[in-house]
Design a protein around this ligand. Sequence first.
Ligand code: DX5
Ligand code: ZN
Length: 214
Amino acid sequence: MIIAPSLLAANFLRLEQECNMLNESEADWFHLDVMDGSFVPNISFGFPIIKQVRKTTEKICDVHLMIVEPEKYAEQFKNAGADILTVHIEACRHLHRNIQQIKALGMQAGVAVNPHTPVNLLKDILADIDLVCLMSVNPGFGGQSFIPYSIEKIKQLRKMIDDAGLKVKIEVDGGVTLQNAGQIAEAGAHVLVAGNTIFSSKDPKVTIRTLKLI
Ligand code: DX5
Ligand code: ZN
């Protein structure tokens, strides 16, 4: 299981220490949530923070864009240090073009789907992408509860990927806890994003290790 701690739940006054803690931990990726106050009802952070985080780590920087018109900024996210760039299906008028742009810039391409979006809408784009970020909460905030129906969606998506003989990774984002991680893994997820579960725990490194072993 790939573990991707979400920096949204980190202490930004101690960002360097938080990054170093993740570097010393068994975390695989850094998950960076970018929100624009338009696609989602919240604003998080942008290029300056991603650039600083990039300097601290050799781990994969997995940038989750919750923004409208992501094509306007793809190159800047590449320059800021993104390895994986994920755009929302609901935010892209020309998803195929956006995916090609991301790949042409040398990044891996991800597509995120909101809780209301059926996974079968991904059918014709699946062969072109590296990752599906399946939102198990409504995007915009950390610390929300996992939507139980997401388990069904993970299973459906995993079947679609396996039936097509593809290697697309399923990333589950939102409300992941030590309690539900087993069920999420069993349903077929490859990547677990966790914000509050990791950063609010007494010993984040132990929590990461526990998630990793699930
Ligand atoms: C939500 C973000 C998530 C969020 C997860 O919009 O995409 O990555 O940080 O936070 P938790 O794990 O606390 O639900
Ligand atoms: Zn996210």
